[in-house]
Design a binder for this molecule. Structure first.
Ligand SMILES: C[S@@+](CC[C@H](N)C(=O)[O-])C[C@H]1O[C@@H](n2cnc3c(N)ncnc32)[C@H](O)[C@@H]1O
Length: 272
């Protein structure tokens, strides 16, 4: 802002600048626009929490107390009554609440949750009338519930990415392939895996991004991806331990989902 203010106002001394900037702040901010990164639902929830009416967001005094179920994450039975753990739209997971069945007005979500729960219990050979669910079943149901598009969480770019530019590294724990086999059985049961085999020369190590890593943890698969995977060697001559870098295969527009081909064969010559 000083670059714009100085010549316009003809100011000579720094002290004067601050006063003039403050005095003219309102005038200059009038034309400022900042993009909002909150979703529509988050903004609505914010208004409800602060009890603010907003015509554009359709939040009125009459619907301050309307809360929408985003997904169901857990189930229990207490004294014969059914309770569901609810993730509310626009609220953090830390604000999830246990609700009796009668409080829920989301028949489609309820039906889907019951179907998934039944399938998961049958697969795990656990009794269908359990009073509470095991941690593995809850984790599976949560994963399913978040997958409204069948793919779970994904990653979209907020800005344009130029063709061939470096986008991110696939980071995680480096584990042996035997350990990966063991973990893979558990992940497959949960229906979601974060294992990336490092098989540039031989299959000895695997990256597991399930518990440690970065945003690459959330990048989904596509047969027609916009990211290309490369083996990269930085201060390391052990060919069994390449680092995995994603580069843009093409120009990618802001808002597009980033994907790579999980089954992509990396040509060792090209990769170098
Ligand atoms: C590295 S994770 C990607 C992030 C994941 N979607 C999540 O919610 O955490 C890989 C898992 O995402 C899901 N996934 C990724 N791409 C998919 C696709 N194209 N179709 C279906 N599921 C996909 C599968 O469950 C897979 O095991």
């Amino acid at each position: 802002m000083p670059y714009r203010v100085f010549p316009v106002l003809g100011i000579q001394h720094a002290g004067e600048v601050i006063e003039v900037i403050q005095a003219n702040m309102a005038q200059y901010l009038k034309d400022c626009r900042v993009s909002c990164k909150l979703s529509w639902e988050d903004l609505q929830a914010l208004c409800r929490r602060k009890r603010l009416v907003c015509k554009q967001l359709k939040v009125t005094k009459n619907n301050f107390n309307d809360y929408e179920v985003e997904y169901l994450c857990n189930y229990k039975k207490h004294k014969g009554r059914e309770f569901f753990l609810v993730k509310w739209k626009g609220y953090a997971e830390s604000e999830n609440t246990w609700e009796p069945l009668k409080n829920l007005k989301c028949p489609i979500l309820l039906h889907q949750f019951r179907e998934d729960m039944k399938a998961a219990l049958l697969q795990a050979s656990e009794p269908l009338d359990s009073a509470s669910l095991s941690a593995a079943i809850v984790s599976f149901l949560l994963q399913k519930a978040k997958q409204s598009n069948g793919r779970g969480w994904g990653v979209r770019t907020l800005q344009r990415i130029y063709k061939n530019s470096f986008v991110m590294e696939y980071l995680g724990e480096i584990i042996t392939t035997e350990e990966a086999e063991r973990r893979g059985v558990v992940y497959d049961k949960q229906g979601v895996t974060y294992l990336f085999d490092l098989d540039y020369v031989e299959d000895v190590y695997t990256i597991d991004a399930a518990h440690y890593g970065n945003i690459s943890h959330f990048v989904n698969h596509s047969c027609d991806p916009n990211l290309q995977v490369y083996n990269v060697f930085i201060e390391n001559l052990d060919e069994r331990l390449p680092r995995i870098a994603f580069f843009a295969k093409q120009g990618i527009k802001a808002g597009e989902e980033l994907t790579f081909d999980y089954k992509m064969n990396i040509d060792p010559v090209d990769a170098e």
